[in-house]
Structures are given as C-alpha cells and as structure tokens.
Design a protein around this ligand. Structure first.
Ligand code: ATR
Length: 270
C-alpha cells in the first residue's frame, strides 16, 4: 500500500500543502500520496482514524484542528508541548501517534533565509494567540536579546510572557505602550485578514529593521505596507509555509527537500 499523507483543515480547498509536498516527493524521489482532507469540525479524530485505516502515515494539521491534533497525539515532542498545539502528526513504527509542531522552526528558517537580524536582536511579536505561542521558543533559541509580545487583549500578552519568562527576556504589553526601536517585528495577529493594522508607534523600527508578516498574499499586507513606509525591509509568510512543510516532510521521510525552487514557483503563482 502506498504511504499516504494529507493536510487536515476546514475549510481546506485553498491549501498549498498538497502542491508543496507533491513537489517535495518528486524532487526527493519518494513514493507517496498527499491529499487535502476537509474533516468535519466536530470529528477530527474520526477523520484521522479513517485516514490511518486507509494507509495514512502522517498529516499536517491546520485551522481549526491544531488543538484537536494536540489532544489526539499519544506522544508529544517537547516543542509541541510548549506550543500547546500540533501541526504535524505521524504514525510511529510502534503504532503510536506522534505529535510535533514545525511552525516555529519554519519561521526561524525563513528568517535566516532572508538574513533577518536574530543574534542579539530586539524583537517585537504582535499577537498572543496560537500562532505567536508556537514561535516564541524557537525565536529565543535563535539567540535574540529580548522579546516583547504586544497584543490587543493585554492580559493574553502578559500571560504568554509569563509562560516563557524562564527561557529568556520576555515581556508582554499592549500596542499603545510598545517602546521601540526593534530590529525585527513579526506580525502573528490575524489582523491582516481583515485589512486591519495593529496601532504601533511611528518609531517602531530600528535602522535596517525587518518587518515579517506570517500572512501572505499577492499584494503586500497592510502591515507590510505600513512597515515599508516606516523604513523597514519587508518579508511575508510564504517562505514560512514552505519551511514548516519541509520540516514535516523530514520528520516523516527522513529526507530534507530543497525549498528554494518551491519559493520561486509559489511566489509566481500568488
Ligand atoms: P492564531 O492561532 O492565528 O494566533 P487566535 O488564537 O485566534 O489565532 O489569535 C489571533 C490573534 O490576532 C490574537 O492575538 C488577536 O488579538 P486578541 O487576543 O486581542 O483577540 C489578534 N487579532 C485578531 N484580529 C485583530 C485585529 N483586528 N487587530 C489586532 N489584533 C487582532
């Protein structure tokens, strides 16, 4: 039986994951099948089990199932435990379900690919939801000097900062009291989806600062447009999507695909 992989989400129609993983499989000569599966919102576990019964070996998990995948996994990686979410599932040789998250490492790899300031950098992270939580530890491990988490709901930023306080210099606050300048500002809010801009002070960016939006689109997001107007270099989240996929692929197949060709291809198709 062909090894099967899939991305689970709801909705899932526009997912680029099948495209990415099929290209990885072709590039590395791995024989596998990769599908997009729209699981019912109330029965992720049932959809996963049906998939495993049909030869499923592993999956990517996206909105709204990252917490369901976390609950379903029998063995969690330390980084998934810290993130409180799972975006990669795998059936082990022992039949156990392993859960991991590759979002954080995907972000850091993409930042490195863009020569972003990391070592000793002052970093501002916008948002305090699941997307933020998953990238905090990898950022701290990349050697940044300090992390400020700013959020519309201030208490959530403070809670998140407390959770990671033992791992580095982390503070939480509201947008109105953000004190720059920052070498790197990462937008992990979903504000871009609504065309909203987190209300940041004009002097947010350091000279040669970099603005990163986890969202991506054919046109720059409102956050990246604002950042460019304030002198920052800008990068969107398409590369993070590809890098987190490459890390999942490596977990499943122990083969690391080359992400560069996919970056160019998907950018052209946006
Ligand atoms: P995700 O898993 O993508 O992080 P989430 O947990 O729903 O999703 O979190 C969304 C984040 O975007 C939150 O930090 C949210 O701020 P609140 O905690 O105050 O709700 C932030 N967000 C969403 N819409 C926003 C907007 N229009 N302006 C600013 N922040 C916004």
């Amino acid at each position: 039986m062909t090894d099967r992989y899939a991305v689970f989400g709801n909705p899932i129609g526009h997912s680029k994951s099948p495209r990415i993983h099929r290209a990885f499989a072709e590039q590395t000569a791995q024989s596998l099948r990769y599908d997009a599966i729209e699981a019912p919102e109330i029965d992720f576990a049932g959809a996963w089990q049906a998939f495993v019964d049909a030869g499923g070996r592993g999956a990517n998990v996206t909105v709204p199932f990252k917490q369901d995948a976390y609950a379903l996994a029998q063995v969690l990686s330390p980084r998934a435990q810290l993130a409180g979410a799972v975006n990669t599932l795998m059936v082990g040789r022992d039949g156990q379900i392993y859960g991991d998250t590759t979002d954080g490492v995907g972000l850091v790899r993409d930042l490195q690919a863009h020569a972003a300031p990391l070592e000793g950098a002052r970093v501002l992270l916008l948002g305090a939801g699941g997307a933020s939580r998953g990238v905090i530890e990898p950022l701290l491990e990349a050697g940044i000097a300090s992390l400020t988490i700013a959020n519309r709901t201030v208490a959530k930023a403070e809670e998140l900062a407390l959770l990671f306080a033992a791992k580095g210099e982390v503070a939480g606050c509201g947008f109105d009291v953000v004190e720059g300048p920052f070498d790197l500002v990462i937008n992990a809010t979903s504000a871009s989806l609504a065309g909203d801009l987190p209300p940041l002070p004009d002097e947010t960016f350091a000279a040669e600062g970099l603005a990163y939006d986890m969202m991506y689109a054919a046109e720059p997001t409102v956050f990246l447009r604002w950042a460019a107007e304030h002198g920052a270099r800008t990068v969107d989240g398409l590369g993070m999507l590809i890098e987190q996929a490459a890390e999942s692929f490596w977990l499943w197949r122990q083969v690391r695909p080359d992400t560069a060709p996919l970056r160019e291809l998907l950018r052209r198709e946006l």
